[in-house]
Design a binder for this molecule. Structure first.
Ligand code: ZN
Length: 431
């Protein structure tokens, strides 16, 4: 069965290129692949046997992509008052230790993925805990709820609390078992993202093993880089032979085009050159960077240098699971760099933030042929939104840039009406 969805279509095809079809059609095959996108009337004539779903006055946008989020931390969001390292000790490690219990892990995963879908996130790159079973359960939940996800078991073999420390060999072996079980499964909807937490809690042997597993299986690597000033000093102390923080990962074979580096706030010139050279990507997490008082990444500068960048909520470092909130924060903090630091041309607008959360993120995942937009041949990962929910008077605005600005700055839980991944409706808002 072929379905023709009728709505106002909005997507991004370049960093500043907001595109729309006002009375648009999105033609989706029953295998979940987009056949064509265009003017509704024209597609309706060409494909007269298609089942029509008229979604007007709602809009269709590509699904949002969260490149950095911690499943086990979701229930510990918004615990204010501490910086990164003491915050990990006070809230996060105790929460992650509870995932040794499979029942806890399963319930949390179900809630987490369900909430992501309800917010319009169709793809998430997710840290689990060190527990193999909890990670396996996270994959099972992602498989059954229909979301697209790259997930990885956290790896920590030193300087972590006793209850969350593993030996190097076990960490690598369990990760590889999970890769073999899940990487590329569900028609490529699920993939594996090796998750060495960050350099201070990973031995050189562990990091080398991660690099080798990534090469061998073409798996992603997700980790943290240059987030907090105290953390930087710790890394320098632990790795005196490395030139800087990024060099620690480079020397241990962890920088490649499938590497996603969370934060990257305090990077120097040579670190950015290394990242660019390796084809790795930076995940900008502005809410978390503000919440944990880590800093404000110079997004505009990093973009102008040609770095590949996407956005991440970094829950629970970030207090919201919503990519709408994350896009708003990316815009807001860029304005502050301009207003407070006098950084010329620092501001980032909603269209640019939207690009980072859709096609830009898809590029960081090397999946821009498949997700991030509404092109024919792509998987039908899209969301249906009601822009009237963002207007105090519930009027229907027609200008794409204004609608997008409102969706981002005034995101309302009721505005996402439905979420589709690979053509499958994974969430629908109860009316
Ligand atoms: Zn994180």
């Amino acid at each position: 069965m072929i379905t023709l969805y009728r709505a106002h279509l909005l997507w991004s095809d370049s960093p500043t290129g907001l595109r729309e079809v006002k009375d648009g059609g999105l033609l989706v095959a029953d295998d979940g692949v987009i056949i064509a996108r265009g003017v509704f009337d024209e597609l309706a004539v060409l494909h007269s046997s298609a089942v029509i779903r008229d979604l007007r006055p709602h809009w269709i946008l590509p699904g949002l992509i969260d490149l950095h989020v911690h499943l086990p931390q979701y229930e510990s969001v918004a615990m204010d008052g501490l910086e990164l390292l003491p915050w990990l000790e006070a809230y996060i490690f105790p929460a992650e230790a509870r995932f040794a219990d499979a029942a806890v892990a399963q319930r949390a995963a179900r809630r987490f993925f369900g909430d992501l879908l309800s917010l319009g996130t169709t793809t998430a790159v997710v840290y689990s805990t060190i527990h193999q079973e909890a990670t396996d359960l996270a994959f099972q939940e992602a498989e059954s709820c229909g979301i697209r996800a790259a997930i990885g078991k956290v790896m920590m073999d030193r300087n972590a609390p006793e209850s969350l420390r593993e030996d190097t060999e076990t960490s690598l072996k369990q990760s590889e078992e999970l890769i073999q079980r899940w990487h590329g499964k569900a028609h490529g909807r699920l993939s594996y993202a090796l998750a060495p937490r960050f350099a201070p809690m990973c031995s050189p042997e562990l990091m080398r093993g991660v690099g080798q597993l990534s090469e061998k299986h073409e798996a992603y690597i997700q980790t943290h880089l240059s987030e907090n000033v105290e953390e930087l000093a710790w890394v320098q102390n632990l790795f005196p032979d490395c030139a800087n923080y990024a060099d620690v990962y480079r020397r241990h074979g962890m920088l490649n085009r499938r590497t996603l580096l969370g934060h990257g706030i305090h990077l120097d010139d040579s670190e950015r050159a290394m990242i660019l050279d390796a084809g790795a990507s930076i995940v900008h997490c502005p809410s978390s960077n503000a919440f944990l008082q880590s800093g404000v990444m110079p997004l505009r500068r990093w973009l102008e240098e040609g770095l590949s960048i996407g956005l991440g909520t970094d829950v629970a470092g970030g207090p919201s699971l919503s990519m709408w909130d994350e896009m708003a924060m990316a815009c807001t903090v860029s304005k502050l760099r301009f207003a407070l630091l006098g950084e010329a041309n620092a501001t980032v607008n909603p269209a640019e933030a939207f690009h980072l959360a859709t096609l830009g993120a898809a590029k960081a995942l090397s999946q821009s042929h498949r997700i991030g937009s509404l092109e024919g041949g792509m998987d039908a990962d899209f969301i249906v939104v009601d822009p009237r929910r963002t207007d105090p008077a519930e009027r229907l605005e027609d200008a794409a840039d204004r609608v997008l600005s409102r969706l981002i700055y005034r995101a309302d839980p009721r505005m996402v009406k439905a979420t589709f991944v690979r053509g499958n409706q994974c969430f629908v808002q109860a009316s």
